[in-house]
Design a protein around this ligand. Structure first.
Ligand code: CDV
Length: 330
């Protein structure tokens, strides 16, 4: 039986450093209205959607970056998103910088900062929260880089794992999972969601068009190829849909490549953004498509061999293999 969901990916064009949350939120509400007119039931916004991609800016005192963080959701600034959800009967996914006051693993109450995403039900209730696990970049100012990428300075590694929840989604129910930007490049993240029978992965990203590591060469077009390759492989190998949604265009002189996509469980792109502006792409997703892969080639219960995967959790970095040499002649 078909379980149809009309899914919208709301790519955002650039948000400049000088622009306030009101500018971003106003644009997002307009995209929600447009999504409603096009029959969408869920809208997915990008990573850190409320502000410019601030980890490119170095602050000697990391606390000075707190102005980019949200201490509550909804807040006065983000309330219009929640109101629009109720008005249009649309659920939405939002990526934002989260500043929480809560105990750490040692039980010490302190300020904690995460790169976070939530899925919000049309009622305004938060259904699922995820904190980014794979933080790219570096913690200290790097003079070799043209542009900084300070996620490791401003955020802690997410402490919620990769949760999946079954919840109402449009006119049906679905198993929903979240990941954020760099996570999409890690098959482990997809598989942990796949092991919980995820049917829809919502993920936002901010990916620069150039590899800022400044070492070696990476052709421009390969940046987009690698992003799509990761999402398409993740969907195919875990029999799920995904909305991978970008912040795009030039923020204060720094280009983000866009190319947001909606992908089906066959790994096919169903819709793709073509601009580097605010742009809505919509696809009708039959969630029952997830069953085929799950019952056949990726029936995990029948075919997975965890006894052979020990290194995946036992080891972090790679290790050199033993060397083989031909026997000396004679
Ligand atoms: N925001 C990100 O996580 N960006 C990374 C970049 C730095 C490579 C990404 O994986 O797209």
């Amino acid at each position: 039986m078909a379980r149809t969901l009309v899914l919208a990916a709301a790519q955002l064009g650039p948000i400049q450093k000088a622009e306030g949350r009101d500018v971003a939120v106003g644009r997002m509400v307009r995209l929600m209205e447009k999504a409603h007119r096009r029959g969408a039931e869920v809208v997915v916004f990008p990573e850190l959607a409320l502000t410019t991609f601030f980890p490119r800016w170095y602050e000697e005192e990391p606390e000075r970056a707190d102005r980019w963080f949200e201490t509550a959701l909804p807040s006065a600034a983000t309330a219009p998103l929640f109101e629009a959800a109720r008005r249009y009967g649309i659920g939405f996914h939002l990526g934002y910088a989260e500043l929480a006051h809560e105990p750490d693993a040692a039980g010490r109450m302190r300020k904690r900062r995460f790169n976070t995403a939530v899925y919000v039900h049309p009622s305004g209730e938060i259904v699922l929260k995820y904190r980014k696990v794979h933080l790219p970049g570096h913690a200290e100012y790097d003079p070799r880089r043209g542009v900084q990428h300070l996620e490791k300075r401003y955020f802690e590694v997410g402490d919620l794992g990769f949760p999946v929840v079954r919840a109402p989604l449009g006119g049906t129910e679905a198993n929903i999972g979240l990941m954020i930007c760099n996570d999409r490049r890690w098959p482990e993240a997809w598989r942990v969601l796949g092991l919980q029978q995820v049917e829809l992965v919502m993920l936002g990203y901010n990916t620069p068009s150039l590899n800022m590591e400044n070492r070696g060469f990476e052709a421009h077009h390969l940046r987009v190829f690698h992003s799509h390759l990761s999402v398409q492989a993740g969907c195919y190998q875990n029999a799920c849909f995904a909305a991978a949604v970008a912040k795009a265009g030039t923020e204060d002189g720094h280009e983000l490549f866009g190319h947001s996509i909606i992908v089906n469980p066959q790994g096919e792109i169903m819709a793709q953004a073509t601009s580097w502006e605010d742009e809505l792409i919509v696809a009708e997703c039959d969630l029952s498509m997830c069953d085929l892969g799950r019952r056949t080639i990726f029936d995990f219960a029948r075919h997975r061999r965890p006894e052979a995967y020990g290194r995946i959790t036992a080891q972090v970095g790679s290790e050199a293999p033993p060397a083989w040499r031909p026997r000396p002649a004679g």
